[in-house]
Each structure stands twice: as C-alpha cells, then as structure tokens.
Design a protein around this ligand. Structure first.
Ligand code: SF4
Length: 461
C-alpha cells in the first residue's frame, strides 16, 4: 500500500515532538511519536504521566537523558520507518526505549537494534513508565511540576484526539491490528466524558473521536451504564456534543444503528455546534464478494441504501472513506463494480491503498494475487474518479456560507478547516484577506469564493 500520498497515510502521520523548558537538574525525556492518531494519543498519555512525575520533555535528542520511540507496525513500510527512527534515536542519543505497535514483536526490534534499553507493546503505559524510571530516575518537585489541566498534548491546543476504546473484535484478513492490540476494550463513558470536559475546559474547540471501531463502542461491556452514562456510541456522541466543542467521529462502520447518529448531526447543524455532520467510514471496497473475502464487518450491508438514508436525514453530511484496490482475487468486474458504486455514492473525501502483503496477515495466503501493474492501473483509475467527485463537490460549495475553525495564521493568511475537513487528512479553507485578527482555534463564518480539487478559499462575512 505504498502509493497513497503521505497525507492520506495513517501510518505516516507527521512525527510529533513537543517542547518543554526544564528546570535545572530536571530529568529530560525525548519522544518520537510515529503512526496514526491513536498512537499519538498513547504518546500524549505517556508524556502526561511523565510530566506529572517531574520529568521534562526534551525537544531534541542531544539534551535528553533517554528517548522514547512510539512505533507503528501497521504496514511493512511503517515497520521499516519505525526501525529507522529507532536507529536514528540510538545514533543521536544512545538511550532508547521502544513502545507502540511494533513493540508487540520485540525480537524484530532487538534483532535490528540490540542496544535498545527496553521494548514494550502498545498501551503498556505502566511498563513504559517502569522502563523510564529504570533508565532515568524521577526527580519530582511538587511545587513546579504541576500537571497542565488537560495533560500534555502533541496536537495543537484547539483540537484533540479522544480515544474511546482499544482493540477490535473483527478479523479482517488484511489487518493484523487485532493480533497486536487485542480484542475490543471500551473505556467507561463517564471517564471519556470527564476527559472531554477537561479538554474543552482547557481550550479545545474540536474533539476527534477515535478507536479501531467507533460504532462498536461499548459492545464488550454490554453497553453498561455507569455513573449515569451508558456506554453506547449514540449516548456518548450526544454527551460529547453537549459540551460546546465540535465533535468529529472517525472509524465508524456502517452498522444499522449508525442511522441514530445522523439526527444528532442534523440537530447540531441547526444549533451551530456539537456532533459534526461528518462520518469517516473505512468501506475498503464495495463489491460484496471482495468484502466477504476481506472478512469485513458489515460486509453484507446495503451501503448505498445506508448512505441515501443518512443524506436524507442530514443533507450536508460529509462522508470520508478509504479503499483497497488490487485485493487478492479482485477481478476487473469487481473493480468496475467499485467504480460504479463510487459514481452512486459520491463520497466527499477518499483515500486509496494498493493492496500489499503485511507479515502475519491472513490475506497473504489467499489465491490470485493481483499483479503490481494492474494494481497501479486500478489505483490510477480509482483516484481519477475520486478526484473528479471531490472537485465537483467542492466547486458546488463556491458561494456558500460555512463555519470554519482556524488552524494557523501567518503573514500570508489563515489556514482553516470547514466542518467537512478533519485535520491532517482532509483539505483546508484559506483566508488571505482581513485575517490579521484571527487566532488558531477561532471559529468564524466565511463565504467560499474559490475551490480547487481538494481545498477552498473564502472571505470573512
Ligand atoms: S475492523 Fe478490521 S481493519 Fe479495522 S482494526 Fe478491526 S480487523 Fe483491522
């Protein structure tokens, strides 16, 4: 899956580093965070704990007493990138603790880099902290090492990822995440609500809800109610939507109960906040036989009917998805079915991967692997169609009035996003006139006056 543009590759999300001025003698830990937004949340939690224990966070390798590398092991290319990052940290600093998805395969790491201090797997926060304590003993100062109200965040202050569960109960054949991360474990709804409240109280204006399977939230705990909060995605979305921030749902599968989320989005559109009319649904394919061969959840769902029902209830809904082309056994007819489905579905935002074997995935042993040149040809045809759809959809927004959130302001203008754009993976709306008084996190109203394939331009109204 190597030909997708980097900005659509969850495994190539930007490396995040944070800075923090240390007091004299304060132990310093560096962090390199690779991988998807879920890994970024893990890094934030580790750093929050370290910060609370009196460690400072080093902005570079040279000043750090040790460096944590939070790895990604989703694809072979991501594994190689993780090994490279570990090597770089060893060269630059020498004292390296490895954690994250690739940590589920410790011998893979120690085989390449035997001198790492410790290897821990995904979500083993306690073990990471133990490894840090062993490498660099803490030196807390209760008067100065106060934890920031919202913890340490690697994402800009005005938006934050909110992880609601971990692991996955499915067994999609191309995916090794359930082997690495285990079965679904949902966080209690009251704990998520408390974290969200703290984030919003600390200035966060947009919450990005993430998990491996957001629509399955609470299935493992039978949607139990605890402290007045039921662990179900509809209840959780309603609760989060009441906090006043934008709430964006990622990694939702087209289960029938997703229909119950759409009225919340339509309501929020009228009231100007809450659950955004945006669903990030990894369809991966449209042909029922390919979906069955992939062992996808909701493989038999009538997705076009679902999409039509969502749009009927909330006409402004934005649908983002990812697809795999060239899956083993995919025939030209099945691929053409996908293209025809795209013509009907008219998704707003689309990413596409060419199928690639991943070590340990069950799809590796399926018959009839598709030759590379056929995969490339299908990818080109798919992206051409997706781009044309995106361009037409954005063009149709010219002249409309939209609320946007400001991400950054520089001398040239303000970079913003509409409700239809998730950070890092979707497009932007640029304001290049009268932007001087804007600040990151502001939510303002603009009239769209220009569109390209992926981005919009507008002016304040
Ligand atoms: S739903 Fe499928 S692709 Fe997603 S994490 Fe679970 S097994 Fe992997």
């Amino acid at each position: 899956m190597s030909t997708n543009p980097p900005n659509l590759r969850p495994d190539l999300a930007p490396r995040a580093r944070i800075t923090d001025a240390p007091r004299p003698g304060q132990p310093l830990i560096g962090m390199v965070s690779l991988g998807c937004p879920k890994a970024l949340v893990d890094s934030e939690r580790i750093l929050t704990r370290l910060r609370a224990e009196g460690y400072a966070i080093s902005p570079d390798y040279a000043g750090a007493d040790a460096v944590i590398v939070n790895t990604c092991g989703f694809l072979d290319s991501a594994k190689a990138e993780s090994l490279e990052a570990i090597g770089e940290a060893l060269n630059e600093n020498g004292r390296v603790i490895v954690t994250g998805c690739l940590g589920a395969e410790p011998e893979y790491i120690t085989g390449a880099h035997p001198s790492v201090l410790a290897v821990t797997g995904p979500h083993q926060y306690e073990q990471v902290l133990d490894a840090v304590h062993a490498a660099v003993p803490p030196d807390p100062d209760p008067f100065v090492d106060l934890l920031p109200a919202a913890g340490v965040k690697l994402t800009p202050r005005h938006y934050s990822y909110l992880k609601i569960s971990e692991g996955c109960n499915h067994k999609c054949k191309f995916c090794i995440i359930p082997d690495m991360r285990g079965r679904l474990v949902s966080r209690p709804a009251h704990a998520i609500g408390r974290e969200a409240e703290k984030l919003v109280g600390a200035g966060v204006r947009e919450l990005l809800v993430i998990s491996q399977d957001t629509s399955a939230y609470g299935v493992d705990i039978k949607h139990a109610e605890e402290r007045g909060h039921r662990a179900h995605i509809t209840d959780l979305a309603r609760d989060l939507g009441s906090l006043g921030a934008w709430v964006r749902l990622h990694y939702v599968y087209p289960y029938p109960h997703v229909r119950n989320l759409i009225p919340l989005m339509a309501e929020a559109q009228e009231n100007g906040g809450g659950v955004l009319p945006y669903l990030d649904i990894p369809f991966q394919h449209a042909h029922p036989d390919v979906l069955k061969r992939m062992a996808r959840p909701a493989a038999s769902a009538k997705t076009l009917d679902e999409i039509a029902a969502w749009r009927a209830a909330c006409p402004d809904i934005t649908l983002r998805s990812t697809f795999i082309v060239g899956y083993p056994g995919e025939t030209e007819e099945e691929f053409q079915y996908l293209l025809d489905w795209m013509d009907e579905a008219k998704l707003d935002r689309v990413g596409c991967f060419q199928y690639e074997n991943v070590e340990g995935a069950r799809s590796n042993s399926l018959p009839d692997h598709v030759p590379d040149e056929v995969k490339q040809d299908r990818w080109n045809r798919f992206m051409e169609k997706a781009q044309a759809i995106s361009e037409a959809k954005l063009q149709a927004k010219v002249g409309s009035v939209q609320q946007v959130i400001v991400d950054a302001v520089d001398a040239e203008g303000a970079t913003c996003r509409t409700k239809a754009d998730a950070p890092e993976i979707d497009g932007n709306l640029f304001i290049d006139e009268d932007f001087e008084n804007l600040s990151p996190g502001d939510i303002v109203t603009v009239e769209v006056d220009e569109a390209s394939e992926y981005d919009l331009w507008g002016r304040l109204v």
